[in-house]
Each structure stands twice: as structure tokens, then as C-alpha cells.
Ligand binder design. Sequence first.
Ligand SMILES: Cc1ncc(COP(=O)(O)O)c(C=O)c1O
Length: 440
Amino acid sequence: MTPLKTLHQWPFLGRTRPFEVARAEGAYLFQPDGKPILDAGGGAIVVNVGHGRVEVADAIREAALNCSYVVPTWMTPERQALIDELTDHWLPAHLSRIHLASGGSEANEAALKIAIQYQAARGKPEKNKILSRSLSYHGTTITTAAVSGHASRKRGLESILDEYSTIETPYPLRCPLGAHHPDAADYYLHDLQAVIAHHGSDTIAALIAEPMNGSSGGAITPPDNYWQRAQKILKDNDILLIMDEIMTGFGRTGEKFGSDLYGLEPDLMVSGKGMAGGYAAIAGCYGTEKIAATIADSPFEVMFHTFAGLPLSCAAATKVLQILREESLLERARTVGADLKQRLIETLGQHPNVAEIRGEGLLIGLEIVSNRDTLEQFPEDVNLTGKIVSHSMGEGVFFYPGGTGVARDIICIGAPLIIGEQEIDKITKTLASALDHCIP
Ligand SMILES: Cc1ncc(COP(=O)(O)O)c(C=O)c1O
């Protein structure tokens, strides 16, 4: 690989020299000197079927040769094949309408716009507020950043980001009633009801939420029955539920979608990341017949992005989704994820600085604190997460750094769903060593 000519060409800010990857295969990245790095973060929790799949590359090549580009609203064989794959094998039956985008932020922004347009199209333009959650991440465009509960990704932009009302993210470890309090679900549902009452349900279009937090909180899972009851409150108040499944979708948690963990039926659902496992930039926003038909009967348009549903992206996604099914990788995410979590709990569960090891399938988070009894964090300027990630890289494992605000030092594991015993071992030993070396 040609060395970079200067240290500040890439990335944009050029503060640090970028980590160099010469190639990747399976669950491993290879540095220019051939050193392997286990991709335990799956990049930004994207890679699911592993790197270097010839069959995906072949599908992309064939699609690019067959039809490089036509406007997103037209049909091509590659688009048809993806719609068939999604409809026949992945999407819940009630989400029959598909809007494609090139990334998660775009797809979430589409979901927000569709929710608002739907309310206006049914004659309720005053139902135009979006609720989101105190700890969350929905994207990096102006609006998706504004709705996100992610302080560090909003820094320097606060003056132009609109204020959105938030409900408290259900966070059993840090529930104000006490850690894992039996009434935690009641507490957080009461908050949801109070926020709705404060604004009036006739002013609220939708709630956007991740079924379980992605990197913003490191796989925070809600208390039992929270989601079922929250969904009922939303329905009773005529508020749409937008599930952001960009990180949790397509098998990451061991289910098709994170919503399946909690028996949810969102009105709009958004996916990205694992949809094409890193082989193409593609995401989707899926809606009910009722939402799409209502907007269709109005003068409104749902505008496309130029590169949405690019045939080669559709072909990549179709092949990745087929591989997930044919190789039973959802089941594997469940079993390997459970083994990995168990091993981490056995090895680090009693560590004085590990507050919690949590998650579902192969979306696992470790929350690190300075005091496990009080849950006090290390000061932000210690940059403990950065130190742990960088030490682990030195030992040959990449973890995805997470956390913001109250959930500050979070190590996320989102490995490709193809990992096995050897990788479980390496992840556990590396994390133990990183904690030994990095805790001040
Ligand atoms: C839950 C969630 N929503 C939205 C996004 C934004 O997606 P993208 O970076 O593809 O725009 C992310 C990315 O990390 C995410 O995890």
C-alpha cells in the first residue's frame, strides 16, 4: 500500500494517523505488514457474513454490468430480487412498503418525514412533533442528529439543532429507583405517559427509538415488558412507533429484528448496516400499507435520494441476506453470542470496574466505571474507552467504542456472525488484558 504523503489528508481533521488495513478476510483485518486484527466491532457493527465473500462480489459485478443506474423509482431485476427477499423472508407481514436509502441517517430522516406527512395527509397537520429518547443515536444529518440523545456527536452544532422532546431511555442499571429495580418498567412508562400528557397526544406524530441501544449506550436492554406496554400507550394515544433497527436489524441480536425480541409491531421500521453486511451502502425504511396509501392519496411526495436502491447495492444486499439464511447465521448469533457473553461474565463479571456486561446475540456492551457500587464514571479526559480500544488493537482485536454522556465508557462487541470458539477466547483475553493495563 502506498504510504500517505502527509499525515493530514485523511480523515478530514487529520488529528491522528489513520489505522491502515491492507485487506480483510472472514472475521479478520490484515495490516500492511500482514498482522491480523480480529474485527470484533464488525467495523461500525456492520459486518455480519464476514469479509471477502466471493459470491457477494460476483453478484455486485453482475449487477453493475447488467444495469449500472436508473432512477430509484423504476424497477430492475436486482431491485425486484431484493424486494422479494425482504418480503418473503425478512420483513414482518404488516410492513409491506419499502423505501430504500443509501445509509442509516438518510433512512431515518425518511421515516421521520413519512411520519409527519402521514399525519398531515390524514388531516392532522398539528400532529407534527417527534419524540425521541434521552440516550440514543439516529444519525448525522441535521435532523437525525437533533433527535439523537448523543451529546458528544452534537458538539459545536447545538446552536442550529432544533430541540426535540425526549423520554427517558429505559436503563435498568441506572434506574433512579435503584439498579435493576423491580419497578423499573413502571418508572420509565410513567415518564413516557408524562411526556405525552405534557405535549398532548394530538401534537405528537411519532416516537423514534432503537429496540435496544446501539453504541450510544452499549446494548442497553429495557426492563421486562417495557416495550409491550410502551407500544400499547403509543397506540392508545395515536402515536406512531418508528423502530430504528439500523444496528439491531437483520440478525445482529439473533432475531430477524430487535423488535422481535420484544414482540413489537412498529408502524415504521428502519434498517441499514447489516442489510448488506458492509458490501454496499444501502438502508431501508419499511412502512405499513395504511401509511403509504394515505400519503399516496394526498398531494405529497416521498422524494428519493439519487443513489437509493442502486442495482449493485440491491444485489449485494440480496446475496448477504441469502447467506444469513442459508448458513443459519441468526441461530449462530444467538448461540455464539450467548457463549461469548457467558465467558465475559465468568472472566470479568466481578471486575471492580465492570458495571455490566449486557446485550443480545452478537450485540454486546461492557460498561466500565471507576466505582462499581456507586456507578461513578472515570473523568471524560481520561479517555478510558479510547485507551482500551487502542490497547486492544495492539493485541490484535478491534472493539467498537461507544457511549456518551451518562453511559460514558462503553466497549461494544458487534463481531461478524461467523466467529467461533477461537475468537471468543481472543476477545475475552484481550479485554481482560486491556482492563489490566488501562484502568488508572
Ligand atoms: C441506531 C443507529 N441509527 C442510525 C445510525 C446512522 O446510520 P449511518 O451512519 O449509516 O448514517 C446508526 C449508525 O451508527 C445507528 O447505529
